[in-house]
Design a protein around this ligand. Structure first.
Ligand code: C2E
Ligand code: MG
Ligand code: MG
Length: 252
């Protein structure tokens, strides 16, 4: 089954069966400020395959390298198109980066190439890294992140609060944003200790000068709680599910 899937995934790369969905991110006034790009595999028989069903295999097999390159190219091309329209100009696009992709020797060059080919404002591209990715090789990660940050690229720390991160790293990394993991958001009003963790993350982000974002916001109550504490960016089903680009533009 695994071999079959890996075969099909090889084909998918060649046949360009991938698609990026976009999930809107809003500010505390409910205004769209960006989108997270989330990959989908449009399989001719299986239909739409979610990323958790193929990203781990892509990562193990190395196929994540061409797939990840396609994601960055497609996201940059989208930023370029959106820059031409006053309704969409200025929207940031967040892209998830996987460890194997990030630690490729030419990762930085590839991103820089995409930026110069599309001639987009590089501040609009936001790379989402996880604590685990950075912990794989903190020193190398700092070097790569600094190179890209100098070119304008922004970084968000995804699923924050779930890994084994040393807080001292936060001051060493050129991060723009911390993204509170949805497991904490889900427990707002249910589990007091998770609410305390959220409060702490937001307070710490403010002190360190990072923007703080929350994902998995599904209810008005969760939004109000986060907003009152000073959370600046919100993403979740309360606003929209991830959708194809046409639908995303309609939603705006
Ligand atoms: P993530 O980066 O943490 O993305 C957030 C996930 O939460 C997305 O799942 C999104 O659809 C889902 N989500 C958003 N709002 C809500 C909500 O209100 N409630 C709930 N229950 N879920 C919500 P998705 O699209 O299935 O992606 C899952 C994971 O797959 C992502 O987690 C990310 O780690 C990975 N992924 C997605 N696209 C890519 C990609 O292009 N490259 C890589 N390397 N990984 C990707
Ligand atoms: Mg993400
Ligand atoms: Mg996340």
């Amino acid at each position: 089954q695994r071999a079959n899937l890996e075969n099909a995934l090889h084909n998918a790369v060649e046949k360009k069966q991938f698609q990026l969905y976009y999930q809107v991110q809003v500010d505390n006034q409910n205004l769209p400020v960006g989108a997270e790009a989330l990959i989908r595999w449009q399989h001719p028989v299986l239909g739409t395959v979610p990323p958790q069903d193929f990203i781990p295999l892509a990562e193990e097999s190395g196929l994540i390298v061409p797939i990840g390159r396609w994601v960055i190219e497609t996201a940059c091309a989208q930023i370029r198109r959106w820059q031409g329209n006053p309704r969409t100009a200025g929207l940031t696009v967040a892209v998830n980066i996987s460890p194997r992709q990030f630690y490729q020797v030419d990762f930085v060059d590839e991103v820089l190439e995409c930026l110069s080919e599309t001639a987009i404002d590089s501040e609009l591209l936001k790379l989402e890294l996880t604590e685990g990715l950075i912990l794989d090789d903190v020193d190398a990660a700092i070097v790569k992140m600094n190179e890209l940050r100098r070119a304008g690229v922004q970084f968000s720390l995804d699923d924050f609060g779930t890994g084994y991160f040393s807080l001292s790293y936060l001051t060493k990394l050129p991060l723009s944003q911390l993204k509170i993991d949805q497991s904490f958001v889900r427990n707002i009003g249910i589990n007091d200790s998770d609410s305390i963790i959220i409060k702490t993350i937001i307070g710490m982000s403010q002190s360190l000068g990072f923007e703080v974002a929350a994902e998995g916001v599904e209810s008005q109550h969760q939004f109000d709680f986060l907003e009152a504490l000073g959370c600046q960016m919100f993403q979740g089903y309360l606003f929209s599910r991830p959708v194809a680009v046409g639908e995303f533009e309609g939603l705006l």
